[in-house]
Design a protein around this ligand. Structure first.
Ligand code: ADP
Length: 567
């Protein structure tokens, strides 16, 4: 048998308690009513018997009265007493009347003497046991009294009890069994509903309360199931929201750190971990220390504060903004890595300074030449012509710088156009163009190109080839050789420009592709260079997905290679 649930046990206990109380009450009422009924019945039969006895004794002489009373009493199994009008006992079936006291005061006798039927229940003083008395008025002012012990009624009651009690007990037991079955039927679904609710509370949102037979319980079960599915729906919605938020925060380039009211790091996105070299659990442990102070200051001022700090090796510049979240204890720290932006800014500043400086020199030369021309024009036309020549040369230099600067800014700003071209054609054209320059400089130009199909911008590639060729010729002394080669292999085309010129010191090699950088500024300017040629070459290479390489030996010459991937 399954263990009874507390609910079933409680139902059963209350039912049993109620049944016992009801049975006891019913028993008491029944006993009282029956007792009265039996007593009334006894009184009625005693009254009738009294009348018969009075009639039987009416003509009996006084000396025979006692014997007749005894005889009648035995036959009727009743005590018969005959009392005179003065209360004196004349005969008694159980006792010797002479020994008995005057009965005028007995309540039933008092009533009978006054002409009515007298009744009483009391313990007989004579026989010392409870009796029911009925007295009636008889002939000659006498009173005939009949008495039976009330134990008769008690015996009858006991007889009835013997029949009723087992029946009541059987009914009670039957009731308890029935209630126990019903209680269990009610308790089982409640137990199941409780178990399902506990499972739901424990996180199993798939758990459901089974359908129940009782309408109210079934409604309760359905309500629990509804709560579970609603809860599940909300959790799913919240989880997908959180996933989207996490994805966004994970992709964000800004570092985000949430600090709770107890100065614990509640959340840090991947960018924050990257920038701050793993965010620790406590605000105070975050490096650099300027950041925790910034958060605390922002909390105190209840507004957002921004500060730029340096952190890590190599040092990175971080712009941090801290502020409390509206209506929350939590503070938000947003970190932006501005290292690259600052580097670009500083490069631009340097570039502007450099460019202004480079432009100022030819402008000053032009101005000085023009001033001199104005002074000597009348007196010395030959000198004026010379200075006009220098002004022209300076203006040409100015034009070259401006043109290179325009090329550079175009290469930086615009997306180059692409077409399929044969690089050898461009290189051959540039070689052709450089031939008079080389001849003029007393340099032998050797060209060996093979067809190379590449995807690119012909004008830009021509510009790069021209810059490399010009450099080779410019930095090679007369009698030297400049050789131009174009080869294809391993998915790339290589344009090689080699010279037997001055060469470049190896420590300078990493810097020669920077804008305005010259190995020997005096020498560079003498040869008419702008310091932008190799920067242009590098830009063209990178825009084509390629690169530029250099090998050089001081005093022996240099080899530049422009490498462009082939389709
Ligand atoms: P520039 O206009 O001064 O030539 P570039 O950017 O073209 O500027 O070159 C940067 C520097 O690299 C030059 O100043 C020069 O010192 C060095 N350089 C470039 N090409 C050669 C070369 N073929 N031989 C020797 N030095 C060179």
């Amino acid at each position: 048998m399954s263990r009874r649930s507390p609910l079933a046990r409680r139902l059963l206990r209350w039912y049993a308690f109620t049944v016992v109380i009801l049975l006891v009450l019913l028993g008491a009422v029944l006993e009282f009513a029956l007792r009265s009924l039996l007593l009334e019945e006894l009184t009625r039969s005693l009254t009738a018997e009294s009348r018969a006895v009075a009639a039987a004794l009416a003509a009996v002489p006084a000396d025979e009265l006692q014997d007749r009373a005894i005889a009648l009493g035995e036959r009727l199994e009743t005590r018969i007493t005959v009392i005179g009008p003065d209360g004196v006992v004349l005969a008694d079936s159980e006792r010797d009347p002479t020994t008995m006291e005057n009965h005028a005061e007995r309540p039933e006798v008092v009533a009978a003497l006054s002409g009515s039927v007298g009744t009483d229940s009391r313990t007989s003083q004579t026989l010392r046991e409870p009796f029911r008395y009925v007295a009636i008025p008889a002939e000659e002012g006498r009173v005939v009294r009949l008495a039976v012990p009330t134990s008769l009624v008690a015996e009858q009651l006991a007889g009835i009890r013997r029949v009723v009690a087992p029946a009541a007990l059987a009914a009670a037991v039957l009731g308890v069994v029935a209630v126990s079955l019903v209680a269990r039927r009610i308790a089982r679904p409640v137990t199941e509903a409780t178990r399902a609710a506990a499972e739901i509370a424990g996180g199993d949102l798939e758990a459901r309360v089974p359908a129940m037979t009782t309408t109210e319980l079934d409604q309760l079960g359905r309500a629990i199931n509804q709560v579970a599915s609603e809860l599940g729906r909300r959790i799913v919605a919240e989880e997908s929201e959180r996933r989207v938020r996490d994805l966004i925060l994970a992709e964000l380039a800004l570092g985000i750190v949430l600090v709770d009211g107890d100065d614990r790091v509640a959340y840090a996105n991947p960018a924050a971990h990257r920038m701050l070299d793993a965010v620790p659990e406590r605000l105070g442990a975050i490096a650099p220390p300027a950041l925790p102070s910034l958060v605390r200051e922002a909390r105190r001022s209840s507004g957002s504060l921004t500060r730029e700090v340096e952190h890590g090796v190599p040092p990175r510049r971080l712009v941090a903004t801290a502020g409390p979240l509206a209506g929350e204890d939590t503070a938000l720290l947003v970190v932006d890595d501005v290292t690259e932006a600052r580097r670009v800014e500083s490069m631009r500043r340097d570039f502007v300074a450099h460019a202004s400086h480079e432009l100022k020199t030819p402008v000053a030369a032009i101005r000085a030449a023009l001033e001199t021309i104005r002074r000597v024009l009348d007196d010395d036309p030959a000198a004026a012509r010379t200075f006009a020549g220098s002004a022209e040369a300076a203006a040409e230099r100015l034009a070259r710088i401006v043109s290179d600067l325009l090329d550079l800014s175009r290469l930086e700003a615009e997306e180059g156009h692409r077409e399929r071209i044969d690089l050898s054609r461009i290189v051959a054209e540039e070689a052709q163009r450089a031939r008079p320059l080389a001849a003029e400089a007393g340099i032998r130009l050797e060209v060996s190109v093979s067809p190379a199909a590449v995807e690119g911008d012909p004008a830009d590639l021509a510009l790069a080839a021209r810059n490399l060729l010009d450099n080779a010729i410019r930095y090679t002394t007369p009698g030297g050789v400049v050789s131009l080669g174009l080869t294809v292999g391993d998915r790339q085309a290589t344009l090689e420009v080699a010279d037997t010129g001055a060469g470049i010191p190896s420590r300078e090699l990493p810097r020669i592709f920077e804008r305005f950088y010259r190995v020997d500024s005096g020498r560079g300017r003498d040869t008419g260079g702008t310091g932008l040629g190799l920067a242009i070459v590098r830009h063209v290479a990178e825009r084509h997905g390629g690169r530029v390489e250099v090998e050089s030996e001081l005093g022996r010459g240099s080899v530049f290679r422009l490498i462009i991937p082939t389709p």
